[in-house]
Design a binder for this molecule. Structure first.
Ligand code: CA
Length: 232
């Protein structure tokens, strides 16, 4: 498959793991910088300006959750979290830090490299020829699939790639209700380890960005016991 060569920041304090991961990513043509602690990761995020972060959860200094939160606060740079098996993913979801994907240790480096490609592909602007249809407008809200931009009252809303895909998917089929499992299958990768609660977190984050009153959403409605729908 085609690869998209980008700058990737690998934040991982286990040297062997960092080495294997960066070797695989370099083999795909990426420029990789490896960092072993949270403070240095934030500094590297600012001066290396990566296109994507592979971020271990447990780090010396600042942990991966806090690094992810600060990266999110700065923009839409995709983040793939490395987690240990157990309650950690629940905790991640609970914190709603907005990682784009999770990979549970132990994982195959090949699988991680594939996830990186998938996330980068989603984050990349669509070439004009492949751009999907015209912009969708619902009152004050405009979703432009070609430019991958969302504007609210004429002002851009900063959505992550996944938040954008989720919003676009729902808005393209207004009033249709989708379960969280269905949304995971359609908007996330087929083999994602993300759990249904991840969808909830993303919906909440989109509402915070788009809804005047996120607790009483105008666009992204909860259908209790079933899932979510977009109200045009
Ligand atoms: Ca670690």
């Amino acid at each position: 498959m085609d690869t998209i060569a980008k700058r990737i920041l690998v934040v991982e304090d286990e040297p062997t793991m960092a080495d294997v991961v960066s070797r695989y990513l370099r083999r795909d043509g990426h420029e990789v910088r490896t960092i072993a602690d949270g403070h240095a990761a934030l500094a590297a995020f600012r001066d290396f300006q990566p296109d994507l972060l592979v971020l271990d959860l447990m780090l010396p200094g600042i942990d991966g959750l806090e690094v992810c939160r600060q990266v999110r606060a700065a923009g839409a740079t995709p983040v793939i979290m490395l987690t240990a098996r157990g309650d950690v993913v629940d905790r991640l979801v609970g914190f709603g830090v907005g990682a784009d994907d999770y990979v549970t240790k132990p994982f195959s480096p090949r699988e991680l490299a594939a996830r990186v490609q998938a996330v980068l592909r989603r984050a990349a602007p669509q070439p004009a020829a492949e751009a999907e249809g015209a912009a969708l407008t619902f009152g004050a809200l405009t979703i432009d699939p070609g430019a991958r931009e969302v504007t609210l009252n004429g002002r851009p809303a900063l959505l992550t790639a996944r938040e954008f895909d989720l919003l676009l998917f729902l808005a393209s089929q207004p009033r249709q209700v989708f379960s969280r499992d269905r949304l995971l299958a359609r908007v996330w990768d087929e083999n994602t380890e993300a759990e249904p609660a991840t969808v909830t977190v993303h919906i909440r984050r989109i509402r915070t960005k788009l809804e005047a009153d996120p607790s009483r959403p105008r666009y992204l409605k909860t259908v209790w016991g079933v899932g979510y729908k977009f109200e045009p």
